[in-house]
Design a protein around this ligand. Structure first.
Ligand code: FES
Length: 345
């Protein structure tokens, strides 16, 4: 192996930057040392923020943990914080060079409201404290510190940047989880929480007129509501939008009123709601991936956003590609099982 390799980073807006990466450095470390506008957060293979597509050359994966799915790896995707260059290579970044120039910030926020909205989901509404501010793109995530504990958990807002200084999160309750215990036992209005962000390469690509397919499992609905509302707020003709949302059973469903309202507001939007078991009435039986139909992909430029557990993401990737969606038009954020890293359910 050569001591150093030239790695080219091609951003979606046409900006290209080249960096020499020594054998011992990860590609992310070398890019950040050269002050490239790269998205990242954990630097340990857990959050998928540093994902990029290898289009030329060869790489070697660092030992250790990675949340990269097999289907993503086979499609050329790499987590740059876990990747070494084996000779010259070229990466497509999947976002423009502006995206990585906005640095994450810390802010204090007051609890506005904590409400149980399903058997295992809580809606947390926050309002930024005076003189505190954050910025984000719909789909990105924040880290929230659990008051009194200090542990951080990652969640994507269901609200949009236009709703700031208010932020809304949909949080799945996990048995024994420190965030879950705080939300159910102690959280109350006017408590102060610290948040940091925004992070992540999963966000709405703007000005895309092609049809959008959104696939959400459980609280993966949160970033989809943010993306839908951002599409609603944008000027000009709206694209066709389909949301396929699913939970395990009817008791676990939430957000249906919000979805129905958006169907009334946007004639180009429609939804399908499914449950793994106990489907009645208009509910579909099966997963949100089962609910995708061949006629949903009539445009070769269709874009898809996926958020949910890894198995749902794998299945949705495979199904959408089989239906004709180009791999580069599929953006995914997966929940990771650990409560300590990544975007949690
Ligand atoms: S920064 Fe690479 S996976 Fe989080």
């Amino acid at each position: 192996m050569a001591d150093a390799a030239d790695v080219l980073f091609a951003f979606a807006d046409g900006v290209e930057r080249s960096v020499s990466v020594t054998a011992g450095d990860t590609i992310l470390d070398a890019g950040l040392a050269a002050e490239l506008p790269l998205l990242y957060q954990c630097r340990s293979g857990s959050c998928s923020s540093c994902i990029a597509k290898l289009v030329e050359g060869e790489t070697r994966q660092a030992a250790g943990h990675t949340t990269l799915l097999r289907s993503e790896y086979e499609a050329g995707m790499r987590l740059l914080c876990q990747t070494h260059a084996v000779g010259a290579c070229r990466f497509e970044m999947g976002y423009d060079s502006e995206a990585g120039t906005v640095r994450a910030t810390k802010a204090n926020a007051f609890v506005d409201e904590v409400e149980r909205i399903a058997s295992n989901v809580v809606r947390l509404r926050l309002e930024l404290a005076a003189d505190n501010w954050v910025d984000f793109r719909p789909g990105q995530f924040f880290q929230i510190s659990v008051p009194g504990i200090g542990a951080v958990r990652s969640y994507s807002p269901a609200s949009t940047p236009k709703d700031l200084p208010r932020l809304e999160f949909l949080i799945r309750l996990l048995p024994g989880g420190v965030m879950s215990e705080w939300l159910t036992d102690r959280a109350k209005p006017d408590d102060v929480v610290e948040i940091e962000g925004a992070f992540g390469a999963f966000f709405l690509r703007e000005k895309v007129r092609a049809p959008h397919i959104l696939v959400a499992g459980g609280t993966g609905l949160a970033p989809m509501l943010s993306i839908l509302d951002a599409l609603r707020e944008q000027s000009g003709r709206r694209p066709r939008m389909l949301l396929s949302f699913g939970c395990t059973d009817p008791d676990a469903l939430f957000g249906l009123d919000a979805i129905m309202l958006r169907e009334q507001w946007m004639p180009t939007f429609r939804s399908r709601i499914s449950v793994d078991r106990g489907a009645t009435g208009d509910l579909l039986g099966g997963t949100p991936v089962d609910a995708l139909l061949p006629e949903d992909v009539s445009d070769p430029d269709t874009v898809a956003y996926l958020c949910g557990p890894p198995r749902m993401i794998e299945a949705a990737h495979a199904r959408l590609e089989a239906l004709g969606v180009k791999p580069e038009n599929i953006f995914a954020e997966q929940f990771v099982p650990s409560e300590t890293t990544g975007v949690t359910p």
